[in-house]
Design a protein around this ligand. Structure first.
Ligand code: SF4
Length: 82
């Protein structure tokens, strides 16, 4: 196998991690308007809340549930009022 084929084979294993805290409905970012994967915030999942976890947007766990766009819009609208 050529070096180029080997590289291509390895690249195919790289996949975008999109199920992360930033796109989870239980993530409460400190700054909902400018939140990106480096944003930190609380995890409000009922099973994890008691631990007062500070997670970043790029973290993840198996309790992930995707946040609906309308919830993002509502959070940002609320943050702009504050
Ligand atoms: S730790 Fe899990 S439940 Fe909490 S925000 Fe991240 S993915 Fe969601």
């Amino acid at each position: 196998m050529s070096q180029e084929d080997e590289l291509y084979k390895n690249l195919k294993r790289i996949s975008w991690q999109y199920e992360n805290c930033l796109s989870c409905v239980y993530f409460k970012p400190n700054d909902p308007i400018n939140a990106d994967v480096f944003e930190r915030g609380m995890c409000l999942h009922s099973k994890l809340k008691e631990f007062n976890l500070i997670v970043s947007g790029r973290d993840w766990c198996n309790l992930f549930k995707e946040i609906p766009q309308k919830t993002i819009d509502a959070l940002q609208k609320q943050a702009m009022k504050e």
